[in-house]
Each structure stands twice: as C-alpha cells, then as structure tokens.
Write a protein that binds this ligand. Structure first.
Ligand code: HEM
Ligand SMILES: *[C@@H]1O[C@H](CO)[C@@H](O)[C@H](O)[C@H]1NC(C)=O
Ligand SMILES: *[C@@H]1O[C@H](CO)[C@@H](O)[C@H](O)[C@H]1NC(C)=O
Length: 286
C-alpha cells in the first residue's frame, strides 16, 4: 500500500466501515503515540515485558528509509487482523462441536475434573498442565481440523524445477496452493469418518502411529513450511488455557441448533448462541 493511502485510510474507512475504521484509527493513534513520546520513557515502562510496537517504532526512527512508517503500520495490522478472527473462529469451532457432541463434553469435563482433583490443574491452568491433557489436546486439534480458520488456498510460487501434481506439470513461477479444508477432510488420511468430529482419532491409544504421523503431516490449520503462522505457539497457548478454564467453571449449552458459516477467506460463523451458568462442582480447596 502506498504511504498516502495509509495516511488517508483512517478517513476513508471512517466513511465506509465503522468496524475497520475503529481498528485503523486505534492503530494510527497508538503508532503516533510511540513515535512522538520519548522512547526512553516507554522502554523503561516496558522493561520487564518489551512491547512490540515500541520496538517497531524505535527501529523506524533509527532507520526511517529502510524501515518505513508503512512497515510499522503493516506489522500492527498483520498482528491484529491475523490474530483476532483466527482465534475467535477457532474457539467458536471447538465449543460448537464439543457442545454438539454430548459424549465429548462429558469426557472432556471428566478429564479436566480428574486433573483438578489430583492437583494437576491449577486455577488458572498453566499451559504446561494443559498440554498434558491428551483428550483436551485432541479436542482442540479436532476442532481446528474440522473448521480451520482460513478457508482459501495458501498460495506458493513454484521455485526452480516446478512440480507435477496429479499428472499435471506446473513449471517454475506458477502459483499453486492448497486449502486446509481440502487436506483436513481427506478420507485416505483421516479415515472414512473424516467428516465427523471425533477427538479420539488424535489419541495414541486410538490410532496407529503411522496414521497419527500422516494426520500430523496433513494438519495445516496454521499452514505449512517457511510461511507457517508466526502466531501458532501463542495461539495454542491461549486456546489450551482458555478452553479448560471455561469448561471447569461454567455450564455451557447450545441455544441455537445449527450455526451459519460464510467463507470470506476467514470462514466466519454466525447464529451460534449458548446459555451459560456457573458450574456447581466441588473443587478441592486451594
Ligand atoms: C488459531 C489461531 C490462528 C490460526 C488458525 C492461524 C492461521 C494462519 C495460517 C493458515 C497462516 C498462513 C500460513 C501459510 O501460508 O502456510 C497464518 C499466517 C500468519 N499468521 Fe496466523 N493464525 C492464527 C493466529 C495468529 C496470531 C495470534 C497471530 C499474531 C499474533 C498470527 C499472525 C500471522 C502472521 C503474521 C502470518 C503470516 C506469516 C508469513 O507469511 O510469514 N496468527 N496464520
Ligand atoms: C489424500 O491423501 C492421499 C494420501 O496421502 C493423497 O494421495 C491424495 O492426493 C490426497 N487427496 C487430496 C485431495 O489432497
Ligand atoms: C514454536 O515452538 C516450537 C517448539 O518449542 C519451536 O520449534 C518453533 O520455532 C516455535 N514457532 C514459532 C512460530 O514461534
């Protein structure tokens, strides 16, 4: 995007879209704040947890030509847009499928309750503890398999030599891609029941090692290779902590029988409502 477009964006978006305009206005204000306030003060403020925008702004001030204002703006935009809808779509998917499948909900609840009872789950649960709950991890993975947060092919420019796909030669420079939804519903890899939400399929006790390995290779909710999602680890951390926290403290039930999905690169869900109440369970005293 050109510099002028970026400067004008808040005003243009302000006229056509309140949602986007709110984000652009927010970003512009935050960046301006970093650029005008004393970076030394900010650095002191954030010494314990260096804040990324402060770092980007500092880098831009020191290298205005090679690290432009647009790059700072782009970095902000990428983090906000890549990191919010993706997480909300994924959490929606996990909860929708869990709530739709009563046995899954029951099994998940008991895994979490057992972990609490045996002192393996603090409140809030740590990501290390959550990683050790195999069923929870299966539920998360299965939710992301069934409804990955991007719904169009992930494009790649072919390098020297090109590639042969299904007998068709694609030379260097051509663009090919795969949609994770296509990969995730492959019955050769995931089995005849690939269209079903079945977290068990990710358990060592359930699937043979060769199949698990091939499922891992075909799991591309975060993409693949050199352009893999840079937010992957933080996303897994967030989701692994949030899902058990909500399940342990709340009774959540589906209030709408069928959601509506619309793919606009992000396959967004709507018409998905739940009722929620505090869960009445006896928890060990901490
Ligand atoms: C459940 C959450 C998320 C999912 C499912 C997801 C998914 C993806 C996918 C499929 C790609 C394309 C990968 C490829 O082409 O191989 C991607 C790229 C990217 N994601 Fe995520 N993402 C998530 C969360 C986040 C978060 C939290 C951030 C930032 C804080 C983030 C930042 C990015 C960025 C910057 C890229 C571009 C990477 C590049 O091209 O080198 N994502 N993500
Ligand atoms: C499904 O997986 C098999 C086995 O890896 C592969 O040969 C086939 O091309 C895949 N199909 C699609 C549509 O990706
Ligand atoms: C995520 O964590 C793994 C294992 O600790 C590491 O190898 C990988 O580089 C990390 N990925 C990102 C995108 O930070």
């Amino acid at each position: 995007m050109c510099g002028i477009c970026l400067w004008l964006a808040p005003f243009v978006f302000g006229l056509i879209s309140t949602g986007l305009s709110a984000v652009v206005t927010f970003m512009t204000k935050e960046i301006q704040g970093r650029l005008t306030s004393s970076l030394e003060d900010r650095e002191k403020e954030y010494r314990d947890a260096p804040e990324i925008l402060t770092k980007l702004a500092k880098f831009h001030k020191e290298n205005p030509k090679t690290y432009s204002y647009e790059t700072v703006f782009g970095g902000c935009a990428q983090n906000i847009f890549a990191g919010s809808d993706t997480i909300s779509i994924t959490l929606n998917a996990i909860f929708y499928y869990v709530l739709k499948n009563e046995q899954v909900l029951r099994r998940l609840c008991s895994e979490i309750d057992e972990a609490i009872q045996s002192g393996q789950a603090s409140d809030p649960i740590t990501s290390g503890q959550a990683r050790k709950l195999p069923y929870l991890q299966g539920v998360i993975k299965e939710g992301m398999r069934m409804h990955s947060a991007t719904g169009l092919p992930m494009w790649r420019v072919l390098s020297k030599g090109g590639v042969v796909l299904s007998g068709v030669i694609f030379p260097a420079g051509r663009v090919v891609g795969i949609n994770s939804w296509v990969a995730h519903y492959n019955t050769t890899v995931f089995g005849e029941d690939a269209a079903l939400f079945r977290p068990e399929r990710w358990l060592k006790s359930h699937s043979p090692p060769e199949q698990l390995a091939s499922m891992e290779r075909y799991f591309m909710a975060f993409g693949m290779g050199s352009r893999t999602c840079i937010g992957k680890n933080i996303s897994i951390l967030e989701i692994s902590k949030l899902v058990p926290q909500l399940i342990r403290h709340y009774d959540i039930r589906l209030a709408t029988p069928q959601w509506t999905c619309r793919n606009q690169w992000f396959p967004k869900q709507s018409n998905f409502q739940v009722t929620i109440s505090m869960r009445e369970v006896s928890r060990p005293m901490s």
